[in-house]
Design a protein around this ligand. Structure first.
Ligand code: ZN
Length: 155
């Protein structure tokens, strides 16, 4: 049936309206050391499956100022070690110029360098991560109990 006011030949080009689902939840991550990259890919996969979204995307958001979210290699654990080492060398905790009274300015700087969110596409029910990619919660001022906010969107 032609929508009202749209000539019949134009209606061929109107996009099909597909209802989009949006599901937002939180989950906890307990970190065990001051700096750490915790693999949260399994939790994200489980929530995408629960949401029943076949095509869309998932957004991960870290609501903390001394932590972050990133995507990197999960095959060789030395990669995580080396990323944390490089961040330590870029932002030494002992920088005498730091003023922030909590003494965790290095963690605040690393949080901004790495970033507080990631987005991954969902295709036919699966995360479009590369073979060697995992989603990491990055702790820079642990150990602590942290929150990750996850939003799954799509159809
Ligand atoms: Zn602080």
């Amino acid at each position: 049936m032609t929508p009202e006011g749209v000539p019949g030949n134009l209606s061929l080009f109107l996009p099909k309206v597909i209802p989009m689902k949006i599901m937002q939840q939180e989950f906890r991550v307990s970190t065990r050391s001051r700096t750490e990259m915790a693999d949260i890919t399994r939790q994200v996969r489980d929530m995408v499956r629960e949401a029943g979204v076949q095509n869309g995307d998932v957004i991960l958001f870290c609501p903390h100022t001394t932590a972050a979210i990133t995507i990197n290699e999960n095959a060789d654990p030395d990669v995580v070690h080396d990323v944390l080492l490089a961040l330590d060398e870029m932002v030494p905790r002992s920088n005498r110029g730091f003023r922030h009274s909590e003494g965790n300015s290095d963690a605040h700087c690393k949080s901004s360098l790495v970033g507080c969110s990631e987005q991954v596409l969902i295709q036919e029910g699966h995360l479009t991560l590369g073979t060697w990619q995992a989603i990491y919660f990055c702790e820079f001022d642990g150990p602590r109990s942290r929150t990750v906010i996850i939003q799954v969107r799509g159809e």
